[in-house]
Design a protein around this ligand. Structure first.
Ligand code: FE2
Length: 416
């Protein structure tokens, strides 16, 4: 079973990435940042940590208010740097551990934390600012370990409470410890904080005394921190500083007692930049999850002609599903009708995918990993009805299919 080695807390201020990219290591004003992060880097190396579960919040770069979720787990095999206005950082992508992500997603659902998931989204400084300092690239190649990112929606309220974050961490501990890989050594990395405020007349607010109080409590009495409201966090540590509730996820995922091995803070300008390391102190027996809960889809393989849309299928057929889903965009639809081949090539469909779309191979698309609701968009564009798809998938003529219904009907998701 996977082992949780410990937890890291680190600020994710963009100044950290800026300092790294502009080689400010020998500049006196920036040196403490490098010194502190090098402790984290050495610890990860010395402890042979090979997976970082990294908790961060996005800053309306890849996650916007058209669909905002409290807890969103990365389920991809690779994560690129995002463009935040000045071009994406020239930094190699982080490798994602898909099997662990999928296991955590299922395990958290079983524990009644109904997670959202994401893939194909670049990550901003919330992730890469600390990641690039903790697990740096070598000779242009990415860190050899893998990551599982968790995006927490702390920008728009209501946001998850501090208590919920702590509970989330406790469920996360079980999820990770029940992953069947005895060579996996995981560190939970919480990012954000400490005290800062970047908006309004109060911008520039800090309180180093509160930051130290927070770190004391996080280590020895995290329960006390779960009782504070967002308003209390904002009052004590600045409005944006309230993102430190994410540190409670890390703390919840560790043993009740932790061994603190590093702690530092440095306040050069707007944000009190903190780095901490806690080592896990319990060599708990591996968690064995309730198999009935773990294997929610077990037995479905016996259902003939049924294809559950899992994270595996979603990942494999992402490009095809995106292509089909985009048929609800009038411009994409128009181009599909007028220059189908060029559009399919531009959207990087494979030869197999192009053939299935071009020839409306409905059942082949489903078997490949397409979700039905993309098929019905394609059928609407082509002026076909839903029953035509159903008949085709069942290997029947339209007459045979309609004869199997109580009433013979024609309909589609198109206007007519
Ligand atoms: Fe942030």
């Amino acid at each position: 079973m996977a082992k949780i080695i410990g937890g890291i807390g680190a600020s994710h201020s963009p100044t950290i990435a800026f300092a790294k990219d502009t080689n400010k290591g020998s500049d006196a004003a920036w040196k403490p940042i490098f010194d502190d992060f090098s402790v984290l880097q050495n610890w990860v190396h010395d402890q042979k940590v090979n997976v970082l579960f990294l908790i961060f919040n996005d800053h309306i770069t890849s996650f916007f208010f058209d669909h905002y979720s409290p807890f969103t787990l990365g389920v991809d095999d690779s994560y690129q740097t995002a463009d935040e206005g000045g071009g994406a950082r020239d930094y190699p992508p982080a490798s994602g551990h898909v099997a662990l992500s999928r296991h955590i997603a299922q395990s958290m659902m079983n524990a009644e934390f109904d997670l959202a998931t994401f893939q194909k989204k670049p990550l901003d400084h919330g992730f890469f600012s600390p990641f690039s300092m903790i697990a740096p690239e070598k000779d242009g190649a990415a860190w050899k370990g893998t990551v599982v990112p968790l995006q927490v929606g702390v920008l728009q309220f209501p946001a998850p409470t501090a208590k919920r974050c702590y509970q989330f961490g406790k469920a996360l501990r079980k999820a990770i410890q029940s992953f069947p890989d005895e060579n996996m050594r995981v560190a939970i990395v919480a990012t954000g904080g400490l005290s800062h405020q970047v908006h309004g007349e109060r911008c520039g607010f800090n309180d180093e005394a509160w930051d130290n109080e927070f770190l004391d409590a996080l280590e020895a009495n995290p329960d006390a921190l779960t009782k504070l409201t967002h308003a209390e966090y904002a009052t004590k540590g600045g409005f944006e500083g309230a993102e430190v509730i994410m540190w409670l996820i890390m703390r919840g995922a560790l043993s009740d007692k932790v061994k603190p091995v590093h702690r530092s803070t440095y306040l050069p300008s707007m944000t009190n930049i903190a780095t901490v390391i806690y080592e896990d102190t319990e060599s708990v027996e591996p968690v064995v999850e309730d198999t009935q809960l773990t294997h929610q889809l077990d037995g479905l393989e016996k259902l003939q002609g049924t294809y559950p849309f899992t994270l595996e299928r979603s990942h494999k057929a992402y490009r095809l599903n995106l292509f089909l889903r985009n048929l609800s965009d009038p411009l994409h639809r128009e181009r599909f009708l007028s220059e189908k081949e060029e559009l399919m090539t531009e959207c990087q469909l494979t030869k197999e995918e192009k053939d299935m779309v071009r020839e409306l191979k409905w059942i082949e698309m489903i078997q490949y990993g397409a979700i039905f609701f993309g098929l019905e968009k394609l059928s609407a564009v082509m002026g076909k009805s839903n029953p035509e798809i159903y008949a085709s998938m069942r290997g029947e003529t339209m007459a045979q299919f309609q004869a199997s219904r109580k009433v013979s009907m024609q309909y589609s998701v198109g206007k007519k």
